[in-house]
Design a protein around this ligand. Sequence first.
Ligand SMILES: Cc1cc2nc3c(=O)[nH]c(=O)nc-3n(C[C@H](O)[C@H](O)[C@H](O)COP(=O)(O)OP(=O)(O)OC[C@H]3O[C@@H](n4cnc5c(N)ncnc54)[C@H](O)[C@@H]3O)c2cc1C
Length: 396
Amino acid sequence: MEKFDIAIIGGGPAGIMAAIAASRTSRVILLEKNPSLGCKLLLTGGGRCNITNGKPIKQLLTFFNNKNFLKHSFYTFTNEDLLSLFDLDFISEEDDRIFPKSGKSSDILKGLNDLLEDVSICYNFEVKSISDDFVINDKLKADKIIIATGGVTYPKTGSGIYNYSLTSQPITDIRYGLSPLVTKKDLSDIAGVTIRDVVISYKKSKVRGDVLFSHVGLTGPGIINISNEISESISYNLLESQPDIDLEIAIDLCPELSRDDLKFKFTNDFQKKGKTRLKNYLKLFLTNSFTDFFLDEINLDGNLELSRVNKKSKNRLVENLKRFTFEITDFNSNLAKVTIGGIDLTHVNPRTMESTLTPGLYFAGEVLNLHGPTGGYNLKIAFSTGYLAGISASEK
Ligand SMILES: Cc1cc2nc3c(=O)[nH]c(=O)nc-3n(C[C@H](O)[C@H](O)[C@H](O)COP(=O)(O)OP(=O)(O)OC[C@H]3O[C@@H](n4cnc5c(N)ncnc54)[C@H](O)[C@@H]3O)c2cc1C
């Protein structure tokens, strides 16, 4: 039987980073069930890899569900530490999202692969169980184990619900995160249209961002981010069942203007521009390709001249510009980007990532009950917790 200091299960960004850090001083084996590492990493950022978010750590931490748990890992392995590993240039885009300048996630994966030269890697190796003394199969044993098996979304990349059952560590409810939403209404007619910088609300939560219409419903950064609030507000656990959803979200299409501002503006403009057709006037507020759909939905004739829009219609216009609603019937779960929930953090030491129940057992990345919004936050979790687990496990 071959014995390693550390066996790492899962070759995504968290497992790879743990292997890079641990192999500096320890004999490490990385076990990956796919024929190659980082299948999900290649898909990130639409193939461009939004590798991290450039906000200062203190501010960055406020975006996560468990910021206190992440603090030590973020200060131990910073963005500067991460980016300096690559022989690549990086660019910072809107909202501090950092990408490789080449625009290729494959460059990030290649850079990481190059740093694994001291790591033994087994591909097509699915770990099915781990014994109490860290025997993985009749040929392989390790002193310590790092679990970096990821979450449940995008199963074709190696994710799956069964990855949580490798240890007896307690697990929280598991839910979809950063997911497009399915609407009751068929939106095929406006599929591909984007409405920019609107405010989406669900109950008391509000998120500002773009909304993109798809054949089955709503997506785009604003929707993806509010989906986390929705997912966390309903009671379900993917370990037991799929969610049962019937709820409403509202979109404020004119967030800069209050209802009173709009009423005042309409009263003035409708007098001054009486001959203008309603659909042409609404170009002031709405994307052209969305206007017809909007007017149809609220039963107003776009060819009506402004002088002929009565008070009741004007009020309906104002109300719907401020609160245009959609009934949501499901998550578009095939396209959910992250998992909400995972290994319960109560039993993991945030200074080492080691289990407080099983000495020598460590966790890193999305398998933990950690998630952030879209914008480089989730890879940040994977790389920082991966690094911390790697150096902690390799300390003799
Ligand atoms: C389409 C898409 C786009 C995304 N874009 C971004 C982005 O731009 N920026 C960002 O920050 N985040 C993004 N994310 C989220 C990000 O990809 C994940 O949070 C991140 O990959 C998690 O890393 P991980 O290493 O913990 O898990 P994973 O990347 O899921 O890796 C886990 C690995 O473990 C392997 N494995 C699982 N079980 C076993 C087993 N039993 N034995 C052996 N191997 C096993 C899997 O095959 C897999 O390779 C995106 C996600 C998706 C789906």
